[in-house]
Design a protein around this ligand. Structure first.
Ligand code: HEM
Length: 149
């Protein structure tokens, strides 16, 4: 009888530990938490930076102040991908200049790049990339200096 009680106690604690593990790793719970951080589809350079495929499984990039969910292209933009530097960032200047040089990225604590100095061919290059993103990826929001703008 004592053995039976002991076995039941062990089973109880094992089951409790397994159940608490499930709730921690529950993918649906994680997703709900994820979505809470998206403020009405409005991003600032700082809040966008989280969607870099490392801090979040989702990868977003901004092109001309529109935020695209490029998660399905994570082989390009995810960690170790050739364009990983664009992940969670405003990629506009890099796309215009056809460069993934880090110098094309505006630091996330600085105002959004107004792209005012782009040449006609650079604007054309950015137009083509923007069209590419429109045709391939969903828009999930806009990029502005603050969330209320
Ligand atoms: C070393 C020269 C490069 C090679 C060989 C190369 C190669 C490629 C290839 C094979 C693709 C996939 C095309 C497809 O399947 O749709 C691609 C896509 C792309 N490349 Fe490059 N690339 C180069 C340079 C660059 C540079 C300098 C940039 C900087 C803007 C760039 C930005 C992109 C982007 C944004 C995509 C689209 C990915 C997507 O559809 O989400 N590439 N590149």
């Amino acid at each position: 009888m004592l053995t039976l009680i002991l076995v039941l106690i062990v089973i109880f604690f094992l089951a409790r530990s397994i159940l608490s593990d499930i709730s921690v790793t529950n993918p649906f719970g994680a997703k709900e938490k994820e979505d809470e951080t998206i403020i009405e589809g409005k991003f600032t350079p700082l809040t966008l930076a989280k969607y870099n495929g490392k801090d979040s499984p989702k990868v977003f990039i901004a092109v001309r102040k529109r935020v695209f969910d490029v998660s399905q292209g994570s082989s390009f933009y995810g960690p170790g991908g050739p364009y990983a530097n664009f992940a969670g960032r405003d990629a506009s200047r890099g796309l215009a200049l056809n460069s993934f040089d880090i110098a094309c990225l505006t630091p996330i604590t600085e105002p959004i790049d107004d792209l005012a100095d782009l040449t006609a061919p650079e604007i054309e290059s950015l137009d083509h990339w923007e069209e590419h993103f429109e045709n391939k990826y969903p828009v999930v929001g806009t990029l502005s200096e603050n969330e209320k703008a």
